[in-house]
Ligand binder design. Structure first.
Ligand code: PLP
Length: 385
């Protein structure tokens, strides 16, 4: 029997930095994993409780309410017009959070065996996990390859984890054209799309990108961050009805069902923009404070124009920066977790309480180190945003 070789689960490697940071007299500020900490808005809990009488099995297709609310949110917030969500081939289905979908999509689409999954140069590790589980290779690139080779799937992630980079319309269009020219589905993970700071992130399904229909395209969304509901496990897959259908049919067999009360909470959340706006402003304030302090400390913030993280560099190996932060009682994620090209950055999450963000700010501002050598050449004190 052959065993699947999964990438290392890297978080354990942070234990020494975490232990060092925990020695800080005012306690650790953990900005590494990025799990939401603010209360889930009551409208989700209320809808969940009201749907608590759920003796029957849910369907993999999702309730009419959740599909209608999802199509409404996509239209209202992202300018995306789905094909009929109630058609024989569905244009949207709920998922058990988006991580399982990301990890299973190559398998659900029947791509297992041989071929290559194209993913961003610096990327959320689960794209690679999903390729490995399906017995596929990976190619990391931020631009469409000159030759398709044996590509079977493209993952885009905008706004991106870990760096908060947002793909421009031209970049999105280039990938869509490439995928369609070579018959390779293009899937955009847009789980941070409600969290744009300096730009308004665009969906791959927007008509300016996709054109008149969604052939060959899928988008992945999540309520974890925008609705502070990671514990609910609530996500969406939408786009090309033929592709959604393929995923849906396998999901029925696998029993990948979103619990009925969670579907009710999803429908309520997707119909309400106010709670998302409140959370967005909370994150914006944290981001502004933390980014200013990071820069004042002599480090640089790259990209980070959207999403839940600051992508920080001191122009040194990421583990040196991790150690430097740990000395101030702060834990971040080393950029190398996200691919070799991330090895000179660390990722700092905005998902800590205001009190902990303030503690990080104070520690970073204290004793700002003397300006570092490369200043005159666009070094750490320049070029940050
Ligand atoms: C890029 C990206 N995609 C997907 C996920 C999975 O999120 P969830 O399963 O909570 O929807 C995450 C989680 O952090 C992520 O960063």
């Amino acid at each position: 029997m052959s065993t699947v070789r999964l990438p290392d689960f890297p978080w354990d490697a942070l234990a020494p930095a975490r232990a060092r940071a925990a020695e800080h007299p005012d306690g650790v500020v953990d900005l590494s994993i990025g799990t939401p900490v603010d209360p889930t808005p009551p409208l989700l809990g209320d809808a969940l409780a009201a749907a608590g009488d759920a003796p029957g099995y849910p369907t993999a297709l999702g309730t009419a309410d959740v599909r209608r609310a999802a199509a409404g949110w996509l239209s209202r917030r992202l300018g995306v017009q789905l094909a009929d969500p109630f058609g024989a081939d569905p244009s949207v289905i709920p998922t058990v959070g988006s991580k399982e979908l990301v990890a299973l999509l190559p398998t659900l689409l029947g791509l297992q065996g041989s071929g290559t999954v194209v993913l961003p140069e610096v990327a959320y590790p689960t794209y690679e996990v999903g390729a490995v589980v399906a017995g596929l290779q990976v190619l990391r690139t931020d631009t469409p390859p000159a030759h398709p080779g044996d590509a079977v799937l493209v993952w885009l992630n905008s706004p991106g984890n870990p760096h908060g980079r947002v793909l421009t319309d031209d970049e999105l269009r280039a990938w869509v054209a490439w995928g369609r020219a070579h018959g390779v589905p293009v899937v955009a993970d847009e789980c941070y799309i409600e969290l744009g700071w300096d730009v308004v992130p665009r969906s791959v399904l927007h008509p300016d990108v996709a054109g008149a229909d969604h052939t060959g395209l899928l988008a992945v969304h999540s309520l974890s961050k925008q609705s502070t509901a990671a514990g609910y496990r609530a996500g969406l897959l939408s786009g090309d009805p033929a592709l959604v259908r393929r995923a849906w049919e396998v999901r029925r067999h696998l029993g990948l069902l979103v619990p009925t009360p969670v579907q009710a909470a999803m429908a309520a959340a997707l119909a309400d923009d106010a709670h998302v706006a409140v959370q967005r402003e909370r994150y914006r304030r944290r981001r502004d404070r933390l980014a200013a302090a990071v820069r004042a400390s002599g480090a640089r913030v790259d990209h980070s124009e959207a999403g839940l993280y600051l992508w920080v560099s001191r122009d040194e190996d990421c583990w040196t920066t991790i150690d430097w932060l740990a000395g101030r009682g702060i834990v971040a994620a080393p950029g190398s977790f996200y691919g070799p090209a991330g090895s000179r950055h660390v990722r700092m999450a905005l998902t800590a309480t205001d009190e902990r963000i303030d503690a990080a700010v104070e520690r970073l501002m204290k004793d700002p180190p003397a300006p570092r050598r490369s200043q005159a050449h666009g070094g750490p004190l320049q070029g940050g945003r």
